[in-house]
Write a protein that binds this ligand. Structure first.
Ligand code: SF4
Length: 211
């Protein structure tokens, strides 16, 4: 979500940050698995599901994911710098905005996913993480030392770590400006590739899908 967010979303982000604040935890708000379960249930929007059965399935799945997340979280001492941190950056004349799921001291960027884990080489080339790297430099004056895709599901937590070199970031900037030029020129020719198309929700109806 980038623009036009409701106050309640911002409040939720604030309450999440408060929960993970180590100083507050040391005082009284010690994070527990039940805390996370409650937060999940309070945030669950039942209206987006077609039936009660479907909603219950996803609510329960979410509770299992929260347990896995809690185990991951308590496995080491973490100093959180931000959750749902918004940014707006100028990348070669293109303005990009977004929110970073979690930033930990280090500086470590964590992006949560509930999809199947991707391959290491895909995460190494992921443009979203390159943009986050540029955003961190803008926000904190230094590049992150680590970028993590954290894949959560009811059975496991998979961390895929990566980093970005200067030349990778230069390539990312070129890629962004070139996409921006295509948009300005109204040039929307598809560029199918197996690695992209296999995760595309339109592959079943797309005439040029590569898978
Ligand atoms: S399946 Fe079609 S729409 Fe989807 S990424 Fe591939 S080419 Fe693009």
């Amino acid at each position: 979500m980038a623009i036009g967010e409701s106050d309640s979303n911002w409040q939720l982000a604030d309450s999440q940050l408060a929960m993970f604040d180590q100083k507050k935890e040391a005082n009284s708000q010690k994070l527990t698995a039940n805390c996370l379960k409650d937060l999940w249930n309070k945030s669950f929007i039942i209206d987006t599901y077609e039936s009660r059965v479907e909603a219950d399935f996803h609510r329960q799945r979410g509770e299992e994911i929260m347990k896995k997340y809690f185990d991951w979280w308590k496995s080491e001492h973490r100093q959180v710098m931000g959750v749902e941190t918004s940014f707006k950056i100028d990348v070669g004349g293109v303005y990009l905005g977004g929110r970073i799921d979690r930033i930990e001291k280090g500086i470590k960027v964590i992006d949560f996913k509930t999809t199947q884990p991707r391959l290491q080489e895909e995460v190494d080339a992921d443009l979203q993480l390159s943009i986050y790297s540029l955003a961190i430099k803008e926000l904190y004056g230094e590049f992150p030392s680590e970028l993590v895709m954290l894949y959560l599901n009811e059975n496991s937590v998979t961390e895929i770590k990566t980093e970005r070199s200067e030349s990778q970031l230069k390539d990312a900037i070129k890629q962004i400006t070139s996409v921006n030029n295509y948009i300005k020129e109204g040039e929307f020719k598809p560029r199918p590739s197996a690695s992209v198309c296999k995760r595309c929700p339109y592959k079943g109806v797309c005439d040029v899908a590569a898978v």
